[in-house]
Design a protein around this ligand. Structure first.
Ligand code: CIR
Length: 253
C-alpha cells in the first residue's frame, strides 16, 4: 500500500519544456485542470499528498518521478539525463529528507531517470535509454542489490522511458505495449496487452485499490474491467504533448 505521494505543479515555463512529440503547444489552463484532477484521483486512492509549488527555472519539473526512486527502505536520488532537468534532484532530495534517512545517489558520469525504473515487488527493471546510460544503470543495480533487491538491466529499443511501455499491477501481472509484448525479460509475467493504437495507455499507475489510466482508450479500459480492476480515467492530453504520462507526475511511497 502507498501512504504518501509527492506531486509538483507545472509552471508557465512548462510550455517551453522538452518534447519529442508533434502534438502541439500545451494549453496552460487545461494543463492546470488536468494536474488538479490528477491530485483528486490520488486522494480517492487514499494517499497523503505533498504538493510542491511550481519552479519556473525547471520547465519539466512537474514530472517528479524522474528525480528519485523510492522504496520502503531507502530513497535514491537519481542523476537525470537531460541537462535542463538535472538540478531538479536538489529540491526533491530536500523534500525527501522529511520522510527518509537512508539515501543513495546516482552520480556522474552515470545518468538515470526514474521513468526508466520499474519495480516489481523485490525486483527492479532499469532501462537504458536516451536519459539513462549503462553507467547509471549499473550503479543502480549495485545499490539496490546492496539493499536486498534484484535488478535487471533492459536495453530500450524504441520507448522514451522504460515505463512509457510497461507498468506493474501486482499479482505477477504487467501492462505491456510495443517492444515489451514479447520481450524475453518479461515472458514470465501475465500480461494486459496494449495494442499499438493505445500505446500511451501502457503508462498507467496502480495506487492501492485503483489503477489510474489515461482517458480515451476504450480497449484498455475494457481489458481492466474484464479483470475486475477498478480504474479512474484522467484526461492527460497536455502532459502527453510533452512526453509525460501518469507515472511521471508523482513519486509514490
Ligand atoms: C522530459 O523530456 O523529460 C519531459 N518532457 C517528459 C518526462 C516524462 N517523464 C517520465 O516519463 N518519467
Amino acid at each position: 500500500m502507498f501512504k504518501n505521494v509527492i506531486v509538483k505543479s507545472p509552471g508557465k515555463s512548462y510550455l517551453n519544456g522538452l518534447t519529442t512529440s508533434d502534438l502541439g503547444t500545451p494549453n496552460y489552463e487545461l494543463l492546470l485542470e488536468q494536474h488538479a484532477a490528477y491530485i483528486e484521483a490520488l486522494k480517492t486512492c487514499g494517499v497523503e499528498i505533498t504538493h510542491l509549488s511550481e519552479s519556473e527555472e525547471y520547465p519539466d519539473s512537474t514530472f517528479v518521478e524522474d528525480a528519485a526512486v523510492l522504496t520502503p527502505e531507502f530513497a535514491m536520488i537519481t542523476n537525470p539525463g537531460a541537462k535542463s532537468r538535472n538540478g531538479e534532484k536538489e529540491e526533491i532530495e530536500a523534500v525527501l529528507k522529511n520522510f527518509y534517512t537512508n539515501f543513495h545517489y546516482i552520480t556522474a558520469p552515470g545518468t538515470l531517470d526514474g521513468g526508466d525504473v520499474l519495480q516489481v515487488d523485490k525486483h527492479f527493471y532499469v532501462g537504458i535509454s536516451e536519459r539513462t546510460d549503462r553507467k547509471g544503470a549499473e550503479q543502480f543495480k549495485t545499490i539496490v542489490e546492496s539493499e536486498g533487491y534484484k535488478a535487471t538491466i533492459v536495453e530500450l529499443q524504441e520507448f522514451f522511458h522504460l515505463k512509457t511501455g510497461i507498468a506493474y499491477l501486482g499479482n505477477n501481472t504487467v501492462v505491456a505495449a510495443g517492444e515489451f509484448l514479447d520481450h524475453p525479460d518479461f515472458v514470465d509475467y501475465e500480461k494486459v496487452e496494449i495494442p499499438a493504437t493505445d500505446e500511451y495507455s501502457a503508462n498507467c499507475i496502480k495506487v492501492n485499490d485503483y489503477v489510474i489510466i489515461p482517458k480515451g482508450f476504450e480497449e484498455t479500459k475494457r481489458k481492466f474491467a474484464e479483470r475486475g480492476i477498478e480504474t479512474i480515467e484522467l484526461e492527460m492530453s497536455e502532459f502527453q504533448k510533452h512526453d509525460g504520462g501518469l507515472s511521471c507526475l508523482s513519486l509514490r511511497f
